[in-house]
Design a protein around this ligand. Structure first.
Ligand code: FES
Length: 83
């Protein structure tokens, strides 16, 4: 199970965290990964610089709404065959 924590702090909200969450939800549904991916909201991750902060396995990424597809692929890579 991958936990994807998406910042819903005020700075990230302004940069589109709502759209980021929606796109992650769509991708999870499209790929049928409901049992493998858990989406969670989190408060400010102190990474409010460039886009919306997303934390996975203690790694913090920043993403814009249009970059979610690419980030999702990056997160799911290396997760093959090891659940
Ligand atoms: S508000 Fe998202 S990292 Fe600070």
């Amino acid at each position: 199970m991958k936990e994807i924590h998406i910042c819903i702090g005020s700075a990230c909200h302004v940069k589109g965290s709502y759209q980021v969450v929606q796109r992650f939800k769509e991708l999870v549904a499209e790929r049928g990964l409901e049992n493998e991916v858990e989406l969670m909201g989190t408060f400010c991750l102190d990474a409010c610089s460039d886009g919306v902060a997303v934390k996975v396995d203690d790694h913090i990424y920043t993403v814009k709404p249009e970059g979610v597809d690419q980030l999702f692929d990056q997160i799911m890579e290396g997760n093959n065959g090891c659940h």
